[in-house]
Ligand binder design. Sequence first.
Ligand code: AMP
Ligand code: MG
Length: 413
Amino acid sequence: MFRKLITFEEAKKAVNLNIRSFSIGIEEVSILEACDHILATDVKSNLDIPPFDRSIVDGFAVRAEDTFGADEKNPIKMKRIGNVNVGEPPKVVMEKGETAEIVTGAPIPEGADAVVMVEDTEKKNSEIRFYASVTKNENIMKKGTDIKRGEIVLEGKQVLGSREIGVLGALGMKNVKVFIRPKVAVLSTGAEIIEPGRPLSPGKIYDINGYSLSAAVKESGGNPVYAGVVSDDRAELRKALEKALASADMVVTSGGVSVGPKDIIPETVDALGKPGIIFSGIAVKPGKPATFAMIGRKPVFSFPGHPTSALLMFHLLARPFIQQMSAILPRKANTAKAIAGIRMFSARGRRTFVMVKLRSDGQGRIVAEPVETGASGAITTLAKADGFLEIPENQQFVDINETVTVTLFKDAT
Ligand code: AMP
Ligand code: MG
């Protein structure tokens, strides 16, 4: 099959054109399950938090003015009229010269406007001595100072983490509306690939891409569905692809997209439905045979089998798609400036991505060096790399000591 390579920019544009400007929907999940989900709507508080004025210390509730003038040498005495506990309304109302024992978190009784810490008091039966004065509202957290009723506390499209979920807890919300995570089926292809748990028979290798790509789906905000391994048989492949499409919102495959006789993925995908293949082959290195199709509204990405190529292409093309479907706001890639530790060559006429490792040169500079050659086949290449740098199509090499921008995998995988 003759293929015309398109440029990397054209490929990105074609993918972007098909990225839906809307998510796949909204669901309600328990706040126990909500971590890492994307909030679908603004959250407005219908409560004041705290819902009442509460003490922030253990001590004695007082009228502040009754304590004026008290110090270490001149304690002021007051009458203890009772105590206030957490979790119930106060049973006392305070008059001038009276005090009530109070614990942290308990509501301030009527008549009191400050709390003296227990450390500044002395208890003598029902008489309490105060060795320090307080000002009005001292040691009180006023109603609504944390969150005001009607306030928007979280904004739609925020990522929910432990702190945000704490806020939902404060509001008494059991469930929260989040964007549905797209299901992404991950299918490995190749007669030589086997799933773990079986002995390695001659000529076989264990599946890498099924797992690395599933993890990458997760890192991108999708729910991976591991669809296993299928050999390079047309009928089997078609069946596996149909099943993957039916069970997911997107399909990612690896292997079988090159131009070998067994590389039957593009034509098999194309036959699954309309519009079919959008492009097959990009002028990049590595990842040249990367193929993109839309079957109805479902994207199908087919990446080459080399684990590094597959993961890199996923990162560049599929990840933004999943993020868009998940309503994750695109984050700028995490980059670092470095200097090239060695001259790095590009592949003629192709956008070249060089996997690099970063090290400090001991003089405050960061040096980028390519991780061993052996090229895109080795998973260890990627495991060792901190990120990649790009050499444009029209540039032959990056010279030693040239300043380069490295896209880091961390936070951006
Ligand atoms: P292909 O793109 O099918 O020509 O595969 C390119 C290379 O990647 C071959 O050496 C394959 O054995 C290897 N490969 C393909 N799929 C996988 C996989 N799922 N896990 C590990 N290696 C793979
Ligand atoms: Mg293959």
